[in-house]
Design a protein around this ligand. Structure first.
Ligand SMILES: Cc1cc2nc3c(=O)[nH]c(=O)nc-3n(C[C@H](O)[C@H](O)[C@H](O)COP(=O)(O)OP(=O)(O)OC[C@H]3O[C@@H](n4cnc5c(N)ncnc54)[C@H](O)[C@@H]3O)c2cc1C
Length: 429
């Protein structure tokens, strides 16, 4: 007799693993299907993991998970072709348990997480792609994968951005280029001591460093560097339609970024060990589809649950929390023996109560605000020009900051325009 699962989870990324783990812990019959040869085989992110979400599921996970470093400081830099102005924030709180954030490499981290899901009692089938949905009338009744039909009371799409299964369930449409950013990333190996010396780190301390300005040649997006144990993750994230419009390839931007005078010396002597590219859904709440239908729910990137405010990009914690919420919904639905849309509506309520939909609503105007090209051109130039005027010693009498600011902005932007941009920013981020 064919096995019928309580739940089939599609994808073993952060959303799928969180969902599968919670369901298995509750004693449900769970199948997690992952198309990669192993969990994390094809996955990438910047990659820092922020917030306490995962600790709610696996307390003290940092003691056993494949963590690279904890994030001891955040740095934001404005770049022009030659210059770099940075703001860095660090506090002893970042070095205390529970840590605020971690750098991780997906190929190791996802494998660890998927192993935990298996240990909790789920079947994790890797190298198996969900190709289609099974239907019983209007209700999703499982999946088709590897030529087999796999029935389940409920199916949860955790298959990442451009979820084919959410499209097949009629919840979302095809991705639009204006709704996604293209991310490209390299992992560059360097000796541990070299990283610690160059980034002023000790022990397991790490840094999450974001860049705005010339690294995207003025296109909406930014650059990043995250320190791992003995490698650096360096990458660029850029609006896909802007790349197409300017006929620029994201990897060209990454090469420029790596050559920047403030960056090149940090990478000196490093060896490229990994290259990857991936899309990120970035249109916020306006892009979030209907989250459930009869016998089916959609989580994480597949549901566009990603927060980008220009200063932060968070998706992993949104994926974990939505995966947990989907699992809690299934557990309640199983108790009622009802997997209809009416019963699964609880998923939406749980997300409304959590930071997931609250944050996306708070920052609903951020995606539009971040299309303003002055953020990536005029303002980094203005900031670097002002810093140069403030810090240069040329033997001439010094001017006050306000005079320097007026000189720096001359010919670049009016005060009126700055005020307008600030007002827009105030309502958006
Ligand atoms: C360049 C870049 C930098 C980023 N930086 C950060 C960061 O620093 N911090 C942060 O929080 N977030 C970051 N993100 C976002 C973060 O990566 C995502 O939000 C997060 O990975 C979403 O998790 P997920 O489980 O929903 O989807 P994914 O991580 O995409 O996982 C989906 C899984 O489903 C599998 N799959 C897909 N289709 C099928 C199928 N049909 N059958 C079986 N398996 C399937 C995939 O192989 C994959 O394992 C970044 C993203 C990018 C691209």
């Amino acid at each position: 007799m064919e096995q019928r699962f309580d739940a089939i989870v599609i994808g073993a990324g952060p959303a799928g693993c969180a969902c599968g783990y919670k369901l298995a812990q509750a004693g449900l019959q769970v199948l997690v299907v992952e198309r990669g040869k192993f969990a994390g085989a094809k996955n990438m992110w910047g990659g820092a993991f922020f917030g306490p979400t995962l600790a709610e599921l696996i307390p003290d996970f940092w003691a056993e998970a494949s963590i690279e470093r904890y994030v001891a400081s955040h740095k934001l830099s404005f770049l022009t072709n030659e210059d770099c102005l940075s703001i860095e924030f660090t506090t002893p709180k970042f070095s205390q348990l529970p840590y605020n954030g971690f750098t991780v490499l997906r190929s190791k981290f996802d494998q660890w997480f998927a192993t935990k899901v298996g240990q909790a009692g789920a079947i994790v089938a890797t190298g198996l792609q969900a190709d289609d949905l099974l239907w019983k009338g209007n209700q999703v009744a499982g999946i088709k994968a590897g030529g087999d039909e796999l029935p389940a009371s409920v199916t949860i799409a955790c298959d990442g951005v451009n979820s084919i299964l959410a499209q097949k369930a009629g919840l979302s449409g095809e991705l639009k280029p204006q709704d996604v950013k293209q991310g490209v990333k390299e992992v560059i190996a360097l000796p541990r001591e070299t990283i610690e010396q160059r980034f002023n780190l000790s022990g397991d301390e790490g840094i999450a460093w974001e860049f705005i300005g010339s690294c995207t040649r003025g296109l909406p997006g930014g650059g990043f560097i995250y320190t791992n144990k003995d490698s650096l993750s360096i990458g660029i994230v850029v609006q896909l339609n802007a790349l197409a419009e300017k006929q620029i390839k994201a990897n060209e931007l990454l090469e420029d970024f790596k050559r920047h005078p403030a960056i090149a010396s940090l990478l000196d002597g490093g060896k490229l060990v990994e290259y990857s590219a991936h899309l990120i859904p970035v249109s916020g709440i306006n892009m979030v589809p209907r989250l459930y239908t009869d016998g089916f729910m959609v989580t994480g990137d597949a549901a566009a649950l990603v927060l980008g405010t220009g200063l932060i990009l968070e998706g992993a914690n949104f994926a974990v929390t939505s995966g947990i919420a989907a699992a809690e919904t299934v557990i309640r639905a199983k108790q009622k023996g009802d997997f209809s849309a009416r019963s699964l509506a609880c998923y939406q309520e749980l997300l409304e109560q959590s930071f997931v939909l609250k944050d996306l609503k708070t920052f609903s105007k951020a995606p539009h605000f971040l299309e303003n090209r002055r953020i990536y051109t005029t303002y980094p130039e203005l900031a670097c020009s002002l810093a140069e005027k403030m810090f240069i010693s040329d033997g001439k009498p010094r001017k006050r900051a306000w005079q320097l600011f007026r000189e720096a902005k001359k010919g670049k932007i009016s005060l009126w325009q700055i005020a307008r941009d600030l007002m827009q920013g105030k309502g958006a981020i």
